[in-house]
Write a protein that binds this ligand. Structure first.
Ligand SMILES: Nc1ncnc2c1ncn2[C@@H]1O[C@H](COP(=O)(O)OP(=O)(O)OP(=O)(O)O)[C@@H](O)[C@H]1O
Length: 239
């Protein structure tokens, strides 16, 4: 479970996350939505202890990330698929992560198989396509077999097979009772993947609802999103 209590992050004059409180429950795919600059990535970084809150707290399984023992076994995340050492092979990249996190080596082959990269495991990551890097990032997130998972825009760069694969993977991880938080700007895909939705805008919580509640009140999830975020879009072309 992920719980945010009055989470706030200020960068100079920018209030990136503003008194944000919500809970991400196990057993569901929770879609994390919001316009560009809403604060989604900052929130995920705060949950992972990659940044320090100005005030409030982000808890994973009841504790701040930085106090978790064996954190990769509790929470896995894909934030930036490009953030890997291009000179290493996929296998070596995951092996290094496993060794430094007290994870058995056999798990490396398991996750490579799970994400469909076994055939290219010995190739240098520098030559990987964006979609292959996304798969490698997902393999790293799954390495510690954590109960809590976060994915920031995982379908970016994936072909239709990859998009379908991500959807099925997210849903099966949730069906196993894991907590899955998934950000994406692709509303039609989100409607097929998530069952709960959290929407933020300008750092604040705008809505927390099930997909069913939103699509009962609005014709589609996209209509719901556009109506609810209408006052929170910061960047857009003049009409
Ligand atoms: N390290 C930082 N230093 C200064 N400002 C930052 C930093 N990180 C984020 N911000 C600012 O915080 C705000 C929220 O950014 P964030 O990347 O969290 O939004 P987002 O919802 O993930 O956006 P997108 O959908 O475009 O990825 C933006 O105004 C951004 O410029």
């Amino acid at each position: 479970m992920i719980r945010l209590n009055h989470l706030t992050k200020r960068y100079g004059d920018t209030l990136a996350v503003d008194d944000l409180s919500f809970t991400v429950e196990p057993g569901h795919v929770t879609g994390f939505l919001g316009p560009n600059g809403a604060g989604k990535s900052t929130t995920m970084r705060l949950i992972l202890g990659l940044d320090t809150p100005t005030s409030g707290e982000a808890l994973v399984n009841g504790r701040p990330y930085t106090t978790l023992g064996r954190p990769m076994a509790q929470v896995g995340a894909l934030l930036d698929a490009g953030a890997v050492h291009g000179g290493r092979s996929a296998y070596h990249h995951l092996l290094c992560l496993a060794r430094t996190n007290d994870i058995r080596e056999r798990r490396v082959a398991e996750v490579l198989d799970l994400v469909g990269l076994t055939g290219v495991a010995r190739r240098r990551v520098g030559g990987f396509s964006l979609g292959m890097k996304q798969r490698l990032g997902i393999a790293a997130a799954l390495l510690g077999d954590p109960r809590v998972l976060m994915f920031d825009e995982p379908v970016n760069g994936l072909d239709p097979n990859g998009v379908r694969w991500i959807r099925d993977l997210m849903r099966s991880l949730a069906a196993e009772g894991r907590t899955v938080l998934l950000s994406s700007h692709l509303m039609s895909e989100m409607a097929l993947t998530a069952d709960r939705i959290v929407i933020m805008g300008r750092g604040k919580l705008i809505a927390e609802a099930t997909v069913q509640e939103l699509t009962t009140r609005y014709p589609t999830l996209e209509d719901a999103y556009l109506a609810l975020t209408a006052g929170s879009v910061q960047f857009g072309a003049a009409r």
